[in-house]
Design a protein around this ligand. Structure first.
Ligand SMILES: [Mn+2]
Length: 179
């Protein structure tokens, strides 16, 4: 993405920051990708954002590091207190017209909506809230996207599969108007 577009705004939906330096002692894991990307200069430090954060912090400096690495945060609590419209307003203001990469960890959803994932966290978004936010981004300059952390072995009644497939569908639809 960077090779084609330069530094991209990363809009990261997740319960967790994923900007840790190491995770279980390893520098390249599913808890560290955005620190590595920021260190490599791949991310637009003025336009990136996490949404749905509520997971554990491991060190006092986690939030300061995260801000230095280029992210602002819409927490799960902010969503409850101020609603989806406020979150959308903050996202759109932060992203502007930067080339946008959307990364969705399915654990951003509450385990009631997506139980099939490796590190579930209570108190998350509903699938309705997530889909509405994605639809509100269709006029942004989306250059790429991913949906990660779906673990079918932990799924029940295909709840997670249904949520993740609709999320992917919305992402593709949001990108469709571009040529
Ligand atoms: Mn996560």
């Amino acid at each position: 993405m960077h090779a084609q577009h330069g530094p991209v705004a990363v809009l990261h939906f997740d319960a967790h920051l994923d900007t840790w330096d190491t995770y279980f002692g390893a520098p390249t894991t599913h808890g560290t990708p955005f620190r590595r990307a920021s260190e490599e200069g791949l991310i637009d430090l003025t336009a990136s954002m996490h949404v749905g954060i509520r997971g554990p912090l491991y060190a006092k400096g986690d939030l300061e590091d995260d801000e230095r690495l280029g992210f602002s945060i819409v927490t799960s609590e902010h969503l409850e207190e101020h609603g989806v419209a406020s979150a959308i307003e903050r996202m759109r203001a932060r992203i502007g017209d930067a080339p946008l990469y959307i990364s969705i960890d399915i654990d951003v959803l509450d385990p009631a909506h997506a139980p099939g994932t490796g590190t579930p966290e209570a108190g998350g978004l509903t699938s309705r809230e997530l889909l509405r936010m994605l639809r509100a981004l269709a006029d942004r300059n989306i250059v790429g996207a991913d949906v990660v952390e779906v673990a079918p072995a932990y799924d029940h009644a295909q709840l997670t599969a249904v949520a993740a497939s609709h999320v992917a569908y919305e992402l593709i639809s949001a990108m469709a108007p571009r040529d």
